[in-house]
Ligand binder design. Structure first.
Ligand code: PMP
Length: 430
């Protein structure tokens, strides 16, 4: 088989059907074969160019094939690719030190692994070792991974495939002020969503849970931003009961929401931060980080074959250097605010738009039909039409009706405005 010429979408679909487990799903009825990426754009096998507004699901913060990142990876690949952590290498410790500079204050010890799912698995283990307890709390519509435990911590029904999930995990409703799960109105609700956590902690049999898992902004849950009081109040409740707070920043970390970590928006310090995606610059990565005190409970040997390998660690180091040097976190905040404002104007004009949500360059547009009913069909039509116009959006939400703008943080302003113009034309046809 030759890889010189693209085999084309139909051949890929045929091979996929024959050789991949059917759960590996894809977007679009008529999907393109992506063969090349450059900056904020990708190219298909026919040479067509698309603006990548999903960034490989919040991965390519620096854009595709960033020259400095690519150089750093190639240099490391040609020098030393892999040893495992049983031998001493330099990039892993340099990356851990660089990460400690950007993580919330007091969070300075890290374990590297190979995916966000594994990071959350590790965080759950660490919380158990530290507290001596093994039940957990999580938010409805959250997503934390696809392994047995990661999926069991996931509250989003679409991604809870396991008919027999791990026991001892309770879910509480996530805040959603436009559609309050407690039928209250923001301002007079007495933060019923936080009170529900207090009640759930008290109701846990065998003492309080070890930890509560949250995404600061729920990504797959539909780009859900909580009201400003939510996390500070949640922190108080958890502290009162000695429950650790695990912030899953796999999707929101490294500037995606306009701050280095999304929890920084509320000045809330988690006990454990998990991450992955963007830090590897396209190479597989995951990590969990914590305080000295909590880290000291994990002393028995632990290892991840590929965690912190020289290539990924070199990529992570270069990624952090460029992210900070080029002011991309601030850029995400500035461009995201502009994008949100532009989209909010569309929301006033088009009945199909229920709400614009998000922070920084993590913006969701909820698509509805009729009487504000989630419309996955209308969202799909818009997703396809945007692709045909040269723009790749994301799609999330429990109703699969939230279109997401999560472009590389280096995306050009005119490109982004072009995408909004195209989107508005399509909204008019829904
Ligand atoms: N947590 C969150 C918030 C995610 O968005 C994802 C992936 N979309 C994961 C965990 C799992 O990460 P991975 O696919 O790298 O295992």
């Amino acid at each position: 088989m030759s890889y010189a010429e693209p085999i084309g979408p139909q051949a890929i679909l045929d091979l996929k059907k024959r050789y991949l487990i059917p759960c590996v799903y894809h977007f679009y009825k008529d999907p393109p074969q992506i063969v090349r990426g450059q900056g904020a754009h990708v190219f298909d096998s026919s040479g067509r160019r698309y603006l990548d507004l999903y960034a490989g699901v919040s991965v390519h913060a620096l854009g595709h094939c960033h020259p400095e990142l690519t150089d750093a990876i190639c240099r490391q690949v040609k020098t030393l690719q892999h040893t495992s952590t049983i031998y001493l290498t330099e990039p892993i410790v340099l990356l851990a030190a660089a990460l400690a500079q950007v993580l919330p204050a007091g969070i300075s010890k890290t374990f590297f692994c190979a995916s966000g799912t594994e990071a959350n698995e590790g965080a759950a283990l660490l919380a158990t070792l530290y507290t001596g307890r093994s039940s957990f709390l999580a938010l409805e519509n959250g997503l934390h991974g696809r392994t047995k435990l990661g999926m069991s911590l996931t509250g989003l029904q679409m991604w809870r495939t396991d008919p027999n999930p791990v026991a001892g995990i309770a879910f509480v409703p996530a805040p959603h002020c436009r559609r309050c799960p407690f039928s209250k109105s923001y301002g007079s609700c007495a933060m019923a969503c936080v009170e529900a956590v207090d009640a759930a902690v008290r109701a846990t049999s065998g003492g309080p849970p070890a930890a509560m898992f949250v995404e600061p902004v729920q990504g797959n849950g539909g780009i859900m931003v909580p009201p400003p009081e939510y996390f500070p109040r949640l922190r108080e409740v958890l502290d009162r009961h000695g429950v650790l707070l695990v912030a899953d920043e796999v999707q929101t970390g490294f500037g995606r929401t306009g701050r280095l970590f999304a929890m920084d928006h509320w000045n809330v310090r988690p006990d454990i931060v998990t991450g992955g995606k963007a830090l590897g610059g396209g190479t597989p990565i995951g990590f969990f980080s914590t305080s000295d005190r909590i880290a000291s409970s994990y002393t028995r040997p632990g290892a991840s074959t590929f965690g912190g390998n020289p290539v990924t660690a070199a990529a992570g180091l270069k990624f952090l250097e460029v992210l900070c040097r080029d002011g991309l976190v601030e850029r995400s905040a500035r461009l995201g605010a502009m994008l949100k404002e532009r989209l909010a104007k569309s929301a006033e004009r088009f009945k199909a738009v229920f709400e614009i949500r998000g922070m920084g360059l993590m913006i969701g547009v909820e698509i509805v039909a009729g009487d504000a009913q989630a419309s996955a069909a209308a969202a799909d039509r818009a997703l396809e039409a945007m692709k045909d116009a040269g723009y790749l959006l994301g799609k999330t939400g429990p109703g699969r009706n939230v279109l997401t703008f999560m472009p590389p943080l280096i995306v050009g302003e005119p490109d982004l405005l072009g995408a909004v113009d195209a989107f508005e034309k399509i909204l008019g046809t829904l």
